[in-house]
Design a binder for this molecule. Sequence first.
Ligand code: MGD
Ligand code: MGD
Ligand code: MO
Length: 768
Amino acid sequence: MTSKHSALTSSHWGAGIVETDGTRITAVHPYAADPAPNRLNENIPGSLYGTSRIRRPAVRASWLEHGAQRRAGTRGQDAFVEVEWDAALELIAGEIRRVREQHGNGSIFAGSYGWSSAGRVHHAQSLLKRFLNTQGGFVRSEGNYSYNAALVLMPYISEDYRLSIIDSTRWSVVEKHSELVLAFGGLAERNTAVCDGGLTFHRFPGAVRACARAGVEFINISPLRSDMRADIQTEWLAPRPGSDTALMMGLAFVLLDEGLHDPAFLDRYTVGFDRVAAALRGEGADGIAKTPQWAEAQTGIPAKRIVALAREMAAKRTLITVAAGLQRADFGEQPLWMCVTLAAMLGQIGLPGGGYIIGAAVNGNIGTKERLFSSGTMRQLANPVSDFLPVAMIAEMLLNPGGDYLYNGQQRRFPDARLVWWAGGNPFHHHQDLTRLHAAFQTPETVIVNEIGWTAAARHADIVLPVAAAQERLDFGAGKSDDSLVPMPAHAAPPYQARLEYDIYADLADRLGSAEAFTENRTAEQWAEALWDVTRQFSSRAGVALPDWETFIAGDAIAVPDPSPEQVYLADFRADPEKHPLPTPSGRLELYSETIAGFGLADCPGQATWFPPRDDPAEHGPLFLLSGQPKTRLHSQLDDGAYSRSYKVKDREPVLINPADAAARGIADGDVVELFNGRGRCLAGARISDDVRPGCLFLWTGAWYDPDFSQSPPLDRHGNPNALTHDRRTSSLSQSPAAHSVRLDVRKWTKGEPPAVQAFAPPPFISK
Ligand SMILES: Nc1nc2c(c(=O)[nH]1)N[C@H]1C(S)=C(S)[C@@H](COP(=O)(O)OP(=O)(O)OC[C@H]3O[C@@H](n4cnc5c(=O)[nH]c(N)nc54)[C@H](O)[C@@H]3O)O[C@H]1N2
Ligand SMILES: Nc1nc2c(c(=O)[nH]1)N[C@H]1C(S)=C(S)[C@@H](COP(=O)(O)OP(=O)(O)OC[C@H]3O[C@@H](n4cnc5c(=O)[nH]c(N)nc54)[C@H](O)[C@@H]3O)O[C@H]1N2
Ligand SMILES: [Mo]
């Protein structure tokens, strides 16, 4: 690159130094100032120029041929025809006009959930939504796959969940004040590699090591030992998956029974404890006392340990953390509500080093940093369509147009989605029960996908647009809660016929008469500079002087001071609950919520309630499947890159199997195995490890879905857990994904040579 531009780039997983040969990116090196860089950048070059890169716009052959009969053929299996850009854009413009005229904008679904990539200008969803808003709007999605149960539930019992992330107690406070951290779902360091929008300085590993050095005890309560760094972990407790609410109830019972709870705190800061106490004593709806013996039967954790732990918690300054993974499970609202209940009983909420963190370690920013000022944002403009879809109901919506459903206490109706457009997400990675999603994706009239690579989602589209990757466009990085700003020059031109999405929409808007509204007469490069100028205005109000665009884009990342390094969650509320009430109806923590009780939902009553996970082992198999986030990539992104591939076993995603479960099935480390249940099956590569609880398999998310549809159910050859997960949601309150609650079994593959993985090969093309 010329010396005018910095060699930096930014990704959700951090900054990197880009090396090119003048035409192509050849390496992305760690950013030296990062205290704990990860290796995800190593995936970039191999993936950008690999066999999966989409080279030209492509149209599904049966869709092209059958015109009005758009549902002909089978999405996900059909061949494609490569076309010129002009032809692809003409088809899309025609479809937008047709669907709008025949069905209205409420039949355009562009929820388009997904992480896409870092950068303020080229944020895939924002650009798509901005464009469609100049065309009369679209149906959006609400919530996310990450912590949806928290997003919906927490405002009823404490406050807006996103605010609680920003206001989370800092690890520096834990270091000074906590004695015990009880971490449900652990504090998975691999997940703190990431923060949406970017994370230049990875401070979490250093922060928790400092806590351990200061003598803080960390108990990892998780089916996976490596969900917490070995050098901070004082104990590993592995309850049965999905049983944490029962464990918390057992602890709460002991506090109540032994008078170790804090009635003064409960009285002043909460409502509904009388009902909690009744339920713990066996005077609630289920009539069961939540004794430690009862909790042992649900969790597998010895009653004696539960009693001792409850006493330790009451005697020490104790922080309770719950990983977001716990609520991505059947009845995922319950461990959150019970965590708040348990922490309230300890009476340490709002004290330094006490209380709770929901979603700890879900991203690298929580408890480590916050943003001092906001950055310029590509505005999405106003959406004239008010309808929305709870994000994880995508298959349900496509299979039941016009159907009724419950969400957040409301009876709602699904839109009739005729045109589906995805940019920056991979539903055939993120959604559960992919066999069902495959069926659901046959129902729309037209599916458009903008992608970098031939993912399973792209293969399920009718029109596929090849787009530029983050390193191929001029932009800047400013993670939503990161403490840095990163120049992102275009380091190489988009290869083949890939284009900037901004330019694609500008062309389309031109065809459809909204060019000026979309572009505001700026090029993408002019937008980068304009958004930088807005960022400079915000920064100067916060007392930070930023350089001009030319200087910034040629220079180093800029570190910004953390506005509140000593933050204690809910300290204000504790200090003065009348002056700083919570935004709940009572202004207090609601251990019982009249509002939720009033919804009359059997699967989410008015207080924390124990429900065992739903999958029937007789139908699906004796083992549990956990499918957490991968260390070697971000979800499914760049799965064909070198670092991600280096962990595969015989080309398959590794699955962790406990030695006892492996021995019982004659499975050895390195074997190709088949995971199966009543819904689906996939191959994976066995890694035998006593890091995983007996009776549990752990398969990382994100291996590109590679179904062999000639088998029933389809056999995923690569190892995507969503071949096996169910598509029921947590509850009818929040309709959140529940991927972590799965039963299944595993066997060694003995049918000869396992079928070759084809995930990274392009689909078949036919020429016209
Ligand atoms: N079984 C199971 N499933 C899960 C989870 C789990 O724990 N277990 N976790 C869930 C969670 S928390 C999440 S957040 C989701 C993640 O689900 P997603 O966010 O959908 O996953 P990604 O792999 O990040 O998909 C992003 C896609 O965008 C593409 N992309 C990147 N940059 C751009 C761009 O600029 N433009 C365009 N058009 N495309 C771009 C990438 O190539 C990639 O295919 O998965 C969920 N699924
Ligand atoms: N490297 C990397 N980092 C990432 C991501 C990535 O793809 N790669 N994705 C990012 C995203 S979008 C998100 S939302 C976060 C996700 O962050 P989390 O939701 O915290 O991550 P998970 O890996 O799903 O879950 C954490 C752990 O919870 C444990 N767990 C699951 N079920 C149970 C249970 O019933 N009880 C107990 N006690 N433990 C359980 C599992 O062992 C799992 O390892 O990670 C982010 N960070
Ligand atoms: Mo997520």
